[in-house]
Design a protein around this ligand. Structure first.
Ligand code: ZN
Length: 507
C-alpha cells in the first residue's frame, strides 16, 4: 500500500508539472504579445492562446487527476512531508475550482470577458457609462452564478475575493478598511490644509531614455534581480511575467520628461521579479512552489518601491548615482529635497497615478461598490453617481466625466471582481513586514544607506519567497511578524512619515 501511494503521488507530480510547464509557455506567449509581437499577429496569437488554454483546461479537469487526488487526500497526513501535503492540498483546490463550474458557464464568462473588454474600452473612449452598463450587469450575474457553483455556502463576493486573496473575506477586510478610511480622510485633509507644496523642479526637464534605462538596470541589479534568469523590456503597461523562476521578465515604460515614473516602475516590477526568481527551487513547477496571493505578490513590489526606495536611506545612497546620470536637473539637490519631491501627496482622480496615502481610498471606494453590487444594495445604474459621491467624500474631488471616474479601470470588464482589495492588503503587508525586518535587523536602514541591499533581499527570500504556498497569507503574516494583518502599522507609518514631511501635528 505504501509503495502504491508513493507511485500515485509521483504520477500526480508528473501531471502537475506538465500543466505548470504549459502555463509557462502561455506566460511567454503573453509576454511576447505585450512586448515584441507585430500588430498583424494579434488574431493568430489569440487563436494560439485559446488552443493552449483549452489543452490546459483538459489537463486541469482530467478525471484521472481526480482519482489520484481523492486517494491521496484521504491518506494520513503523516505519510507525506510538509511540501508534499501542501502540494496535494493546493492541487485539490485548483481541481475543484476548475471542475465545479459547468462548461457552458465557463464558456459564457470567457466570451463575455473578452467582448466586455472591447465594449468597456469603447465606452471609456466615448465617456459613456450607459454603453458598458448592460455588459457589466451580465458579468455580475454570471459571477454570482459562478460563485454559487464554487462556494455555495459563501457570500458571492467572498468567493470572488478568494480567487485573488485566498481566505480573505468581507468579515476580515471591512474592519481593516474602515479603520484606514477613518484615519486617512483626516490625514489627507490635514496635508492639503497645510498648504505646503513640495519643490519638484528637479523631477522636470529632459531625461534621455538611454540614461534612464541604464539607471533602472543598475538599481534592479543592485536589488538582486538576476539578468541571467530574467529580462527587462518595454511595454505599454509595466508588468512582470515570463516563464518560470529561471526566466522572469519585467517591463517598464519610458517618457523623456519623467524619469521617476519609469525608475519606480522598474523597482516595483523588480520586487515582483525577485519573488518569482526566489521561489523554492527544490520543488519546481508544482502548486506548492507558486507565489501565494495577489496581496502577498503586491507586498513584495511595494516593499521595495515604497518601504525601501522611497525612503531616505535608499535615496542617501542613490542620490550620487542619480545626480551623475542627470547632472543638470540634480544640480544642488539634497537627499531631503529628493525625498520630499518624490513623496508628494496629491489627491487625483486616477487610481494608478495615486500616491501611497490616497491610494487606499481609491481601493476602499471600489471595494465598497463591489460589496454593494454583490449583496444587491447597489444597482449598476447607480454606480457613476455613487462613485462620484464617494470621491467627493474621501478625496474631495468630483470627477467631471465617467472616464475619469467609474470607467477608468479595466478589471470589471474582464469579470475580475474582488481583485482591488489585494492592492491595499499588499501595501499593509509590506509595511508590517518592514516593521518586522527592522526589529530583526535594527541597523538595516544604515546598511541600506550604504547601498547594502542584500540583507533586505535575503530576509524577504527566507521569510516569504521560499515559503511558496506552504501557509495561508494569514499564517505567513503571523509567522513573519508575530501577529495577524493589522492596519495600525500602516496608519502609524503614514502618519509619522507624512506628518514630518508636511510639518503637521497629527496628535
Ligand atoms: Zn504590482
Amino acid at each position: 500500500m505504501k509503495n502504491n501511494v508513493r507511485d500515485v503521488y509521483d504520477s500526480l507530480v508528473g501531471k502537475l508539472q506538465e500543466k505548470s510547464r504549459l502555463g509557462a509557455v502561455l506566460g511567454i506567449l503573453h509576454w511576447d504579445q505585450e512586448v515584441i509581437m507585430p500588430k498583424g499577429g494579434a488574431n493568430s496569437r489569440a487563436r494560439q492562446i485559446a488552443v493552449l488554454s483549452a489543452v490546459m483546461h483538459d489537463k486541469s479537469t482530467d478525471p484521472e487527476l481526480k482519482g489520484m487526488l481523492d486517494q491521496l487526500s484521504q491518506c494520513p497526513e503523516a505519510q507525506f512531508n510538509e511540501f508534499e501535503w501542501s502540494n496535494i492540498r493546493e492541487a485539490k483546490r485548483d481541481y475543484d475550482l476548475d471542475t465545479k463550474v459547468p462548461r457552458q458557464l465557463v464558456k459564457e464568462l470567457a466570451e463575455l470577458s473578452s467582448r466586455g473588454h472591447l465594449i468597456w474600452a469603447k465606452a471609456r473612449e466615448d465617456n459613456q457609462f450607459s454603453d458598458f452598463a448592460p455588459t457589466l450587469k451580465r458579468l455580475i450575474e454570471l459571477k454570482k452564478e459562478w460563485a454559487d457553483c464554487v462556494a455555495p455556502d459563501k457570500p458571492a463576493y467572498d468567493a470572488n475575493i478568494d480567487i485573488f486573496e485566498r481566505s480573505a473575506t468581507m468579515a476580515k477586510i471591512s474592519p481593516l478598511f474602515e479603520k484606514l478610511k477613518k484615519e486617512l480622510i483626516p490625514l489627507i485633509r490635514a496635508i492639503s490644509e497645510s498648504g505646503k507644496m513640495m519643490d519638484t523642479a528637479a523631477l522636470t526637464g529632459k531625461f534621455p531614455i538611454a540614461k534612464q534605462e541604464a539607471l533602472g538596470r543598475q538599481i534592479s541589479e543592485d536589488m538582486g534581480f538576476s539578468f541571467e534568469k530574467g529580462r527587462m523590456d518595454v511595454s505599454v503597461h509595466p508588468f512582470s511575467g515570463g516563464g518560470d523562476f529561471t526566466d522572469v521578465r519585467i517591463t517598464t515604460r519610458y517618457s523623456e520628461d519623467n524619469f521617476i515614473e519609469s525608475l519606480y516602475a522598474v523597482i516595483h516590477e523588480t520586487g515582483h521579479g525577485l519573488y518569482e526568481q526566489g521561489r523554492m527551487q527544490d520543488w519546481p513547477d508544482l502548486p506548492v512552489s507558486e507565489s501565494l496571493t495577489m496581496g502577498v505578490h503586491e507586498s513584495q513590489s511595494l516593499f521595495w518601491e515604497r518601504m525601501i526606495a522611497q525612503g531616505r536611506p535608499f535615496l542617501t545612497h542613490y542620490l550620487p548615482l542619480i545626480a551623475d546620470t542627470f547632472p543638470v536637473q540634480m544640480n544642488g539637490v539634497s537627499v531631503d529635497g529628493l525625498y520630499s519631491a518624490i513623496n508628494q501627496v496629491a489627491p487625483s482622480f486616477i487610481r494608478v497615478e495615486a500616491d501611497e496615502v490616497t491610494y487606499p481610498l481609491h481601493v476602499i471606494l471600489r471595494y465598497e461598490i463591489e460589496v454593494g453590487i454583490f449583496d444587491g444594495s447597489l444597482s449598476v445604474e447607480e454606480l457613476p453617481e455613487v462613485w462620484n459621491q464617494k470621491m467627493e467624500e474621501y478625496l474631495g474631488l468630483s470627477p467631471r466625466t465617467d472616464s475619469e471616474g467609474v470607467l477608468q479601470d479595466v478589471h470589471w470588464s474582464g469579470g475580475a471582481f474582488g481583485y482591488f482589495p489585494s492592492y491595499t492588503l499588499g501595501a499593509m503587508y509590506a509595511c508590517q513586514y518592514y516593521q518586522a525586518l527592522k526589529k530583526e535587523l535594527p541597523d538595516i536602514e544604515d546598511q541600506v544607506s550604504r547601498g547594502e541591499l542584500r540583507p533586505v533581499r535575503e530576509w524577504l527570500n527566507k521569510n516569504i519567497h521560499r515559503k511558496g504556498r506552504l501557509y495561508s497569507a494569514e499564517d505567513l503574516c503571523q509567522r513573519v511578524t508575530g501577529e495577524s494583518l493589522n492596519s495600525d502599522h500602516f496608519i502609524r507609518y503614514l502618519k509619522n512619515k507624512y506628518g514630518e514631511l508636511y510639518g503637521i501635528n497629527l496628535g
